[in-house]
Design a protein around this ligand. Structure first.
Ligand code: ADP
Length: 469
């Protein structure tokens, strides 16, 4: 399912990225062409205008020096020698009637009469005579001469249009391969960008019950896909730890069950071989009950832990007075402690209340106190205290016992884990796992501070019941 979603994601994202990358490329190319076209067109038009203006100044100066005659001579000479850049020239009277006109033969199609119908003003101005069925036009600049005559010089846009048309043709010819190249480049970039997803897919494919060590190679790009790879690796890490934990637990349970079961079998064999000796048979039966009791306790505790951890443990919540709770548990163990020469001291004000399951709370404290007495040598001391800390109630179980080695500290909460030094003592290695699971089922936390040879301090914090306090 996850693999299929990943493949769909790869397809969708791949398609979108291809469109996105090639779109950016093609649009950028289009924009560059448009910019170049605009710059070229405006530079050519500026060039033409400058040439026309220059010619107009020239002819105006000539007219002012030698009158109409000199002007006509100049234009006629130009006509004769067929200059490279032919100009249109017109001299008009005060009422815009044509006095002199020179139209290079290429431009006879322009309707020059239009110029006669216009009423030019006194300053220099530009007129554009369009050509029918053609993009070309005649651009004409006009100037008033000192005697109020009108001098007009013009030039066709044909040359300019030719260059621009050529430019457009090149653009069209280049655009088709450019679009193809854009798509190919986009697809390649999308393919590269999706490399982490491909790694992810192959990692998901290779993950199996016996192959949890696979990890996705991080592209180290710091983007979302990189984050996805890191998250996925983190998830695999957690699953691997959980699976290994479960495997270890199962191994431990199997191992811890084998000893009492073998013992049970041994007891039964002795009883069978006793030739119906009633005393031996009774003893064997009593031992069998004791062993079965141990196995049952172990299985029940394992069930309790798993129920508490998965949130299905039934808790009969009520308001519990913490001081009474501590006193009750301490009272139960006072005799055992005195027997071992250990002082049990309690301290809790009477106004501390918790919303909790009292039986489970008793179970927690009994387990912690039992451990403290078990792992504290004669002459030691155990303190159980409770007080308010902000919105929480903190319960401490402190002892002056053997303490726990720092390397073993993180493992004491694991099911069936027993520290090396405690193997000589009775125990299943399940007490602290159960304590932690029940505390968490009550939305609390437990931590431990311990120093070998000095003692341990187990600290439980639980939400306080404000209504009662
Ligand atoms: P056990 O049945 O062995 O007591 P627990 O789960 O209660 O199992 O505790 C796990 C291990 O933590 C114990 O084997 C012991 O080594 C260590 N431990 C727990 N409480 C104490 C304590 N108060 N002082 C020293 N070691 C402790």
């Amino acid at each position: 399912m996850f693999l299929r979603s990943l493949k769909q994601l790869r397809k969708k994202v791949g398609f979108r990225l291809t469109i996105w990358y090639s779109g950016i490329f093609i649009l950028s190319a289009l924009f560059l062409f448009a910019l170049a076209y605009f710059l070229l067109s405006s530079s050519l038009s500026k060039q033409d205008h400058e040439a026309i203006e220059l010619r107009l100044q020239e002819l105006s100066a000539l007219y002012q020096t030698g009158g109409r005659e000199l002007l006509e001579r100049e234009v006629t000479v130009e006509k004769k020698f067929e200059k490279k850049i032919p100009f249109f020239t017109r001299l008009a009277g005060r009422d815009n009637e044509t006095l002199f006109l020179h139209i290079p033969y290429q431009w006879v199609e322009f309707d020059i009469k239009l110029l006669e119908k216009m009423t030019p003003d006194t300053t220099m101005r530009w007129t554009r005579l369009p050509l029918k069925n053609n993009r070309n036009a005649l651009e004409v600049a006009s100037i008033r001469l000192p005697n109020d005559y009108l001098l007009q010089v013009g030039k066709s846009t044909e040359d300019r249009e030719k260059i621009l048309r050529h430019f457009r043709e090149i653009f069209t010819a280049v655009m088709v391969p450019l679009i193809l190249f854009g798509f190919a480049g986009g697809a390649f970039l999308a393919f590269r960008a999706l490399r982490p997803i491909r790694h992810l897919i192959s990692a998901v494919r290779s993950v199996g019950p016996n192959r949890m060590d696979t990890r996705v190679r991080s592209p180290q790009t710091g983007d979302e896909l990189d984050e996805l790879a890191t998250l996925f690796n983190g998830m695999l890490e957690k699953i691997e730890t959980l699976i290994n934990g479960m495997r270890d637990s199962l191994d431990n349970v199997a191992h811890d069950l084998r000893t009492p079961m073998t013992r049970l079998r041994g007891i039964a064999e002795i009883a069978l071989r006793s030739d119906q000796n009633l005393e031996i048979c009774r003893e064997a039966l009593a031992d069998s009950i004791e062993e079965s009791e141990r196995i049952l306790t172990m299985l029940n505790t394992l069930m309790d832990i798993s129920e508490a951890e998965t949130g299905v443990m039934k808790l009969d919540l009520e308001s519990v007075n913490v001081s009474a709770l501590i006193e009750g548990v301490a009272e139960l163990y006072r005799y055992v402690a005195e027997d071992k020469g250990i002082l049990v001291h309690t301290m809790a004000s009477n106004d501390l209340y918790l919303t909790a399951d009292p039986n489970r709370m008793r179970q927690i404290l009994a387990n912690l106190l039992d451990n403290s007495i078990k792992y504290t040598p004669t002459g030691g001391r155990v303190d159980i205290e409770a007080h308010h800390r902000g919105q929480k109630i903190v319960i401490l179980v402190k002892d002056t016992g053997t303490g726990i080695h720092p390397e073993e500290l993180p493992r004491i909460w694991d099911r069936l884990y027993r520290c090396d030094q405690s193997r000589s003592q009775k125990g299943l290695g399940l007490g602290l796992s159960l304590v932690k699971a029940i505390v968490q089922a009550h939305k609390g936390q437990i931590e431990v501070f311990s120093e070998p040879g000095k003692g341990s301090n187990f600290v439980i914090s639980l939400p306080s019941n404000n209504d009662q306090s």
